[in-house]
Design a protein around this ligand. Structure first.
Ligand code: 5GP
Ligand code: MN
Length: 346
């Protein structure tokens, strides 16, 4: 399938030949993997295994339970689950290291230095802004709505389209579905539908995947959502901004698990007129932020400049080592600087 991926960087020359003989391959993706990160990694792993390669998927951290239905998930090596030594060894021994769904090595935490220094050739497949130049091979497009979409194109590009089975298709479809906000975000293009249609043709059950991702809430998660919406949401109409700031105490009260706040920030963005939404989450590691915006306001720029982060124009994240209160205070002060952008029609 030939598809226009828009503005992209494509350096795949020679990789198809490299993959014609069995290789030791590591696939890694960003910390706290989401459906795109894990779905892309497992979809690619299942495909490369069909080509008789030895493949390890190594994630820097664990991931939410609602992703654990994906085929091959039981083979994932989570670095922080006591696998530090083994993971480093596999990375160092690998002929090829696929880096999926991130564009800066800092996004894979401690594995960043290990991957950066490893002798194996790196392959970047990603759709985040401003990619670092660490890969010998790359398929990168900021026009792609998801990395999963690029993985499908990559597989077809190297002549493996016929090897995509229902398990691979469902892993990749999960990434496309979530990174497009169930086909609602402005990143949805004809290519998104073309690839999705191709995956359905391969047998992906879209209703099953949606149910596994969205309709497997715990009671605690739903009650946390209720609390956040009624007690925690702050709306600053003057700046067309709304945010949540969840303390560790509150998260503990609702026994919040990884992934339980996923999607929460979108509720703040769903308020009529809101252009910027944020979620601040306190943990042992400091404050983690999610930012979302509409139209031309770039949360990538906001996160990159002020919160040690990055991402996409309308969806980005960052972190802070200040207290929750101070981080929120910094954010509110910054809104003054961005007031014109936040309040003019565009
Ligand atoms: P989320 O808010 O869903 O965690 O992330 C939104 C987007 O921003 C994703 O594409 C994610 O990869 C990216 N992102 C999240 N946190 C960070 C971060 O700390 N640094 C960078 N560079 N990107 C991030
Ligand atoms: Mn992604």
């Amino acid at each position: 399938m030939k598809m226009d991926v828009g503005k992209y960087m494509k350096k795949l020359e020679g990789l198809k030949t490299v993959l014609t003989t069995p290789k030791k391959i590591v696939i890694t993706t960003h910390s706290r993997p989401d459906a795109d990160a894990l779905g892309s990694s497992l979809g690619l792993m299942l495909f490369l295994k069909k080509l008789h390669h030895q493949v390890d998927v190594i994630t820097p951290t664990g991931y939410p339970d609602f992703l654990k239905w994906m085929k091959g998930e039981d083979q994932v090596m989570v670095y922080t689950n006591g696998n530090e030594e083994k993971a480093v060894q596999r990375v160092n021994e690998a002929d090829l290291i696929f880096c999926l769904d991130f564009s800066a090595l800092s996004r894979i935490d401690k594995l960043g230095d290990v991957v950066g220094e490893a002798k194996g050739d790196k392959v970047l497949i990603d759709h985040h802004l401003e990619p670092e130049d660490f890969a010998k091979y790359a398929l990168h497009s900021i026009k792609a709505a998801s990395t999963a979409e690029l993985i499908y194109q990559f597989i077809c590009e190297i002549g493996g389209c016929d090897l995509v089975d229902v398990d691979i298709a469902e892993c990749l479809y999960a990434g496309i579905n979530t990174d497009t906000g169930s086909f609602r975000h402005s990143n949805v293009t004809k290519t998104v539908f073309d690839v999705s249609a191709a995956l359905v043709e391969k047998g992906a059950d879209t209703s099953k995947v949606a149910k596994l991702i969205y309709d497997t809430n715990s009671e605690n998660r739903l009650r946390l959502l209720g609390y956040a919406l009624s007690e925690n949401l702050i709306v600053l109409s003057e700046y067309n901004t709304a945010y949540f700031a969840l303390s560790e105490k509150i998260l503990k009260k609702f026994n919040a698990q990884m992934g339980d706040t996923e999607g929460l920030v979108n509720y703040a963005l769903s308020i009529k007129g809101i252009k910027l939404a944020a979620l601040f989450k306190e943990s042992d590691d400091g404050i983690k932020m999610s930012f979302r915006s509409v139209n031309s306001f770039s949360v990538n720029e906001l996160a990159r400049t002020h919160f040690n982060g990055g991402g996409h124009k309308n969806a980005a994240g960052g972190k802070s080592e200040m207290s929750l209160e101070d981080t929120v205070h910094k954010f509110e002060n910054l809104l003054k600087k961005y007031k014109i952008e936040l309040t003019t029609e565009n």
